[in-house]
Design a protein around this ligand. Structure first.
Ligand SMILES: Nc1nc2c(ncn2[C@@H]2O[C@H](COP(=O)(O)OP(=O)(O)O)[C@@H](OP(=O)(O)OP(=O)(O)O)[C@H]2O)c(=O)[nH]1
Length: 209
């Protein structure tokens, strides 16, 4: 579903912090333009997630997760579609911070806002319902959203193995792996490298896709 157009203009600010730099000098070099867009997303995500921590014992900065998801896509999965990397960096801003889709649309355009929308759970729903919906929505997602979802699950499962959230029992971790396998089943045929890495993680736990 497309977002309705709203006149906010790119670079509109929702906090008293600089989100974007000067706009007067437009780079001509396409590579410079790509770099600028990626850094703008990293900057936006860092500001939005600045007070959030992961659930691990070290209370890692939350932004490490979204940067890590983008890193998996570029370094392991061979993804070079800039919009996918942008969506990875922004994928939790609406779900987990005060960011609105309109703000994303104004800052990064309608395409990126719609992609993030595909990756956003409705936090007003009970956790169990949200988890069921992730399984249902996975196979219906766009190719680009599937790439981000695969990287997101890969990051979270590796994190679970490396340093699980405080208070999670072995059973809860296993249940998370089983649920994640259901989601990943609906994402198959999207990216060989990430799917192989995920299969290895699942098979360690006795789970086959
Ligand atoms: N493994 C791990 N996860 C953490 C950590 N800190 C925060 N999370 C987030 O917690 C979620 C899993 O916790 P749950 O209790 O199952 O889910 P909930 O917070 O959404 O209710 C994951 O989101 P998700 O719903 O599974 O996926 P998504 O929203 O990222 O798609 C993950 O992004 C951490 O230190 N380790």
């Amino acid at each position: 579903m497309s977002l309705p157009t709203r006149k906010l203009g790119r670079g509109s600010q929702s906090q008293n912090m600089p989100m974007t730099g000067e706009r007067s000098s437009q780079p001509v070099d396409p590579a410079a333009k790509v770099c600028k867009e990626i850094v703008r997303c990293v900057n936006f995500a860092a500001i939005k997630h600045k007070d959030q921590r992961r659930k691990d014992e070290a209370q890692s900065p939350y932004v490490n997760h979204v940067i890590g998801v983008a890193y998996i896509l570029t370094s392991e999965a061979g993804v070079s579609d800039v919009s996918v990397i942008q969506a990875a960096l922004l994928h939790d801003t609406v779900e987990d911070t005060n960011t609105s889709f309109y703000e994303l649309q104004a800052e990064f355009g309608e395409d990126i806002a719609n992609l993030v929308k595909e990756l956003t759970d409705d936090k007003s729903l009970p956790a169990e319902e949200r988890k069921k919906l992730q399984v249902i929505h996975a196979p219906k997602s766009s190719y680009r959203a599937k790439l981000v979802k695969l990287a997101d699950k890969l990051y979270n499962l590796r994190d679970l193995r490396r340093s699980p959230p405080v208070g999670w029992s072995k059973e809860r971790i296993q249940e998370y792996f089983q649920w994640a396998a259901q989601v990943v089943s609906g994402l198959r045929g999207t990216n060989k490298q990430m799917e192989e890495s995920l299969c290895d993680l699942f098979s360690e736990r006795g789970i086959t896709l």
